[in-house]
Design a protein around this ligand. Structure first.
Ligand code: ATP
Ligand code: MG
Length: 654
């Protein structure tokens, strides 16, 4: 990665520079020493020979004279004078025929090299005449710092002879060695000075590099305020200046980026606030819609539900969120027929009503509205709006029921009036006839009178139904009332082996009710229970005090105020709220039960499944219970029996 820490280099720049300088230095000095020592020897030889040739030649005119005249005395003088020249250790004078005229040894030299000298002199004697200065032979080198050479003596272009000289260079060599040592000292001094200079340069370089490294590290950590301070007046100073320019450029860029960032942050904050506001608004709308709202994406995954979801669908939201809608909701028998899928595919709004019934025969009616969500001409999801329309549905049914009541009630009351008038006449005629006919006819007239009485009761029932009696609420012992109602009814079925169980809550003393009306309710329910039992069975009546664990509601048709006989003008909603104390009276039997499809109809007036029933019993019972602000419900199971529950709001006796 870009920021990965690099390992330290194997050789630092400093080390490399010093090593390079030392190598260059060493090569230069070694070359110098090698050159000096290689040429030193020849140089000494040449210089010495030239020196002595010069010395000898200074005496040449004098020697030429002496050689021309073969003046041995002058030659001897000449050789004596040569003695004054330090370094000459042997000299010999040859004539033009290369014969030795005289010779002189100036040191012990001759003793030690006598035979070699003789050989050399012979060589010179036998050699052809040379006018050149003889080359140094180097003959004596191995024996010491001696060497020889000959110098020709020439006058007027005539060869007169030559001088043979052996020279000792020990002194010169010593002097040169001394000089060399001096030179070496100077070189060593130069090397040391050079090294010192290198060390100083290195120190300076190290300081600059350390400074540069420190500044760049700080830069890397974000501190761009520090500057590079180098004043070497060379490229390194330029490098330092470039660093500073670069830092300033980065600083400027950072400032611009910071400004942009700040600006962006402000914009993001603003947008976030706006979005939060919008979201809150939307959430408030969604949460206050009295329907469950479910949002699914194109893959039918549930992405969002509103707060009403749990209470409407009766499922925890977390059970469904993130799941496929088929998995979450329906055991989708045919997933292809799913309306959400259809809506996503064709982009059209779909709607349907789902009717269901709980195990306790409570009906539920749910309206499903599926709306597509569009983006860039394509559906990206759908909103399913689920509304519980059970109340609406119930109300509609109640209205229909009320309408039916209105027409049939009016007709029934009219007919009852007319029939009652006729019945009264027939009753009077029968009474008159009884007085006038023979006693044998009295039995037949009694049967006719009984039938007329039953007809009169039916008509009274019809009239009672059509024109409900006024409710007068008083505190009544409800247990006593139930017992009396059971007794009144029970004697009608002496032949049926029906077991009646009464299970009363002793904590319930009196309840605020209209005694006569409630008696009708108990009689009707008990009668129905007994009639539902085919041969033998049990009817159980229980009372208990309850605190409701959920809201209960019902719709009641109220008679119109203007015309008692034509009702209903009003539909009243009766609600028993959660936590409300109620008296619960349950009448259950082990009878044949009510078919599922009839459950919703049994409280309708004139609905009956009996051949001699009027279908008014339950309708009347419901109306009376509703008039007490109570609710009556039923649960039933085919062939196992039914249970009617009456919830009366509890208003304790004052
Ligand atoms: N306990 C019950 N068991 C089974 N079915 C019942 C029960 N109570 C009522 N029903 C059914 O409900 C219908 C309506 O009852 P309702 O009391 O309103 O009228 P009815 O009993 O038929 O006539 P009436 O009450 O005038 O004699 C009955 O015909 C019956 O089929
Ligand atoms: Mg009945």
């Amino acid at each position: 990665m870009g920021n990965a820490k690099k390992s330290k280099p194997l050789l630092s720049l400093r080390f490399k520079t010093i090593i390079t300088l030392i190598i260059v230095h060493s090569i230069l000095i070694s070359s110098l020493i090698f050159y000096t020592f290689a040429h030193f020897h020849h140089m000494v030889e040449d210089l010495t020979r030239d020196h002595y040739a010069l010395i000898s030649s200074s005496f040449a005119p004098l020697l030429a004279e002496a050689l021309q005249n073969e003046d041995l005395e002058s030659i001897r003088k000449y050789l004596s004078r040569l003695k004054d020249n330090p370094g000459i250790i042997y000299a010999a004078i040859f004539n033009s025929k290369n014969e030795i005229l005289d010779k002189r040894s100036y040191s012990e030299f001759e003793k030690h090299f006598k035979h070699i000298l003789a050989e050399r002199e012979n060589e010179i004697s036998s050699a052809s005449v040379s006018r050149e200065i003889g080359h140094a032979s180097g003959f004596f080198h191995r024996e010491g710092h001696n060497f020889d050479f000959s110098i020709p003596v020439v006058r007027d272009q005539r060869y007169l002879g030559k001088i043979y000289l052996v020279v000792n260079t020990a002194d010169i060599n010593q002097r040169l060695a001394r000089e060399s040592i001096q030179g070496i000292k100077i070189i060593v001094g130069a090397i040391l000075a050079g090294m010192l200079v290198i060390a100083l340069i290195d120190r300076r370089l190290k300081k600059i590099l350390t400074h540069l490294i420190a500044v760049t590290r700080n830069m890397a950590q974000g501190d761009l305020t520090e500057k590079v301070h180098i004043s070497t007046g060379d490229e390194i100073e330029t490098l330092g200046d470039s660093f500073n320019i670069m830092a300033e450029a980065i600083q400027e860029r950072e400032r611009i980026i910071e400004e942009h960032e700040h600006h962006l942050e402000e914009m993001v904050k603003e947008r976030t606030l706006e979005l939060a506001e919008e979201r809150d608004k939307l959430q408030a709308i969604l949460d206050h819609v009295p329907s469950a709202i479910v949002m699914v994406d194109r893959q039918l995954i549930i992405r969002m539900v509103n707060s009403k979801f749990e209470s409407t669908v009766n499922r925890p939201a977390n059970d469904c969120l993130g799941k496929h809608c088929c998995e979450a909701f329906c055991p989708c028998l045919d997933p292809q027929a799913c309306q959400v899928r259809e809506c996503l595919e064709d982009g059209e709004i779909k709607t349907h009503i789902n009717h269901s019934m709980s195990d306790s025969y409570a009906e539920q009616h749910m309206e499903h509205l599926v709306v597509p969500l569009w983006r860039e001409g394509k559906t990206y999801g759908a909103l399913e709006i689920i509304t519980d329309i059970t109340e609406k549905y119930e109300m509609q049914r109640q209205l229909i029921r009320a309408e039916k009541l209105s027409t049939t009630g009016e007709f029934a009351s009219f007919m009852a009036h007319e029939i009652r008038n006729s019945i009264t006449s027939i009753k009077m005629i029968l009474q008159l006839l009884r007085e006038r006919v023979q006693e044998t006819m009295h039995k037949d007239i009694a049967v006719a009178q009984d039938s007329i009485s039953r007809m009169e009761r039916l008509v009274t029932d019809l009239l009672n139904f059509a024109r409900p009696a006024e409710i007068k609420m008083t505190h009544q012992n409800i247990h006593q009332l139930i017992e009396e109602s059971v007794q009144l009814t029970h004697y009608q079925f002496p032949q049926k082996p029906i077991k009646v169980q009464l299970d009363f809550d002793p904590n319930i003393s009196t309840v605020l009710i209209d005694r006569d009306s409630m008696e009708k309710v108990f009689i009707n329910l008990f009668l129905n229970a007994v009639q539902a039992i085919p041969e033998s069975g049990t009817v159980k009546i229980t009372t208990s005090r309850h605190i409701l664990d959920k809201n209960l509601y019902d719709y009641a048709s109220l008679p119109s105020a203007e015309n008692e006989l034509s009702f209903p003008a009003l539909i009243r909603k009766i609600v028993l709220k959660k936590d409300q104390p109620v008296v619960l009276i349950e009448i259950s039997d082990t009878g044949e039960g009510i078919p599922r499809e009839c459950i919703s109809k049994i409280f309708d007036p004139f609905f009956t499944m009996k051949t001699n029933g009027t279908g008014l019993g339950l309708s009347l019972a419901k109306r009376i219970v509703n008039a007490h602000s109570g609710i009556i419900t039923v649960r039933s199971e085919k062939d196992r029996g039914s249970t009617f529950s009456i919830y009366l709001p509890l208003k304790e006796a004052a």
